[in-house]
Design a protein around this ligand. Structure first.
Ligand code: SAM
Length: 338
């Protein structure tokens, strides 16, 4: 019998409240959950989608400096980009990429060389040559270094160790929906800062309830009935955070932070629309169109173009012998005094 949604939720909620809950939770995912079979992970397909997007918008990733936000457990995305010739610095707030999962990921890439070559536009011989190089590595971290990059975790991704305009491409796969709402502007600000003028950001975002996959006994959009308070109280915890932002909200945030949207591939779950019509949606979802609410996936390619639109300007202020401090000052005030 497939696992019911409330079991999935109950297990993660219980572990989040236990001492040593995280390693215990990981053990369970390895035994029964998404980590039990790395070869069938969707991350390999996700990597191919992102590589194809990179070909459309920045002529591929060979020789490019790529920064990934949110490495996760299965390192298919950073390794796939590395095998395609990018220098990848991958960051996560938690150190999840274990070495045995890395070895399984490399094994899977040995079988998928041809697909990776097609997605990235690299000759398959080149991919296999790089695979041979990283087969000498005993850890994911070492493999990243052999490919010219690094694994940084745990790391505060709102303060990345790069100069302004140093990076060609920023990527994330199934991460932005897991970042607390108040942190997303900081991540976007930081991505904008490190990207070269005209640099590209590629994000795959999933916007459905991870506790309610098919067969779990609940529609994956039913989670939109909870108020923000209920959702944060019962469903967001130290092991899982889902912000429930919808596609137009993400797109508006990108625009406000100085990115122009080049491409937005949407997956709309049309089958769930009749269900949504009778669901008592919580605020602020009531104001949105059903199509926007039922958008469960977006693949976006963004270009760093504009100066971020700001209500606030970050300004360095030195007062007497006090150290230089960073203050957020409403831009109107700054304009009034300059
Ligand atoms: C659903 S997982 C996806 C991981 C990986 N990208 C993949 O494709 O498997 C979400 C990841 O986002 C990470 N994460 C959450 N908040 C983050 C932040 N502020 N900066 C970077 N990573 C973050 C989590 O630690 C987790 O590894």
């Amino acid at each position: 019998m497939p696992i019911r949604w409330w079991m999935k939720w109950g297990i993660s909620y219980t572990f989040s409240n236990l001492p040593y809950g995280r390693p215990l939770y990981e053990k369970m995912l390895r035994r029964f959950g998404e980590l039990s079979q790395v070869s069938s992970s969707t991350r390999f397909n996700n990597t191919e989608v992102l590589l194809k997007m990179s070909r459309r918008w920045c002529d591929g990733v060979e020789g490019k400096h790529v920064v990934e936000l949110g490495t996760g457990w299965v390192s298919a995305v950073p390794l796939g980009f590395g095998l395609a010739g990018a220098r990848v610095d991958t960051f996560d707030v938690s150190r999840l990429a274990a070495d045995d999962l890395f070895i399984q990921t490399v094994e899977e890439y040995r079988k998928r060389g041809e697909q990776l070559a097609q997605a990235s536009g690299m000759p398959v011989e080149k991919i296999h040559q790089r695979l041979q190089e990283i087969e000498q590595a005993s850890s994911f971290s070492e493999a990243c270094q052999l490919l010219g990059g690094a694994y940084h975790a745990p790391f505060d991704t709102t303060a990345l160790p790069f100069k302004d305009g140093e990076v060609d491409v920023v990527i994330s796969n199934l991460v932005l929906q897991c970042v607390p709402k108040e942190v997303i502007p900081l991540l976007l600000k930081e991505s904008w800062r490190i990207l070269k003028p005209g640099g590209i950001a590629l994000h795959r975002i999933r916007m459905s309830d991870e506790y309610s996959p098919p067969g779990s006994g609940r529609n994956h959009l039913e989670y939109l009935k909870y108020s923000e308070q209920q959702w944060n109280r019962w469903f967001n915890h130290s092991l899982k955070h889902i912000n429930r932002l919808r596609a137009p909200q993400f797109l508006e945030l990108f625009r406000q932070h100085g990115f122009t949207c080049l491409e937005c591939g949407r997956t709309v779950d049309h089958q769930s629309i009749p269900f949504l019509q009778q669901l008592p949606l919580a605020q602020p979802f009531r104001q949105m169109s059903l199509e926007d609410i039922a958008t469960v996936n977006i693949d976006v390619a963004l270009k760093k173009t504009n100066i971020p639109e700001k209500k606030y300007a970050t300004t360095a202020v030195g007062v007497g012998f006090f150290p230089i401090i960073e203050l957020d000052i409403p831009i109107m005030l700054v304009r009034a005094f300059v």
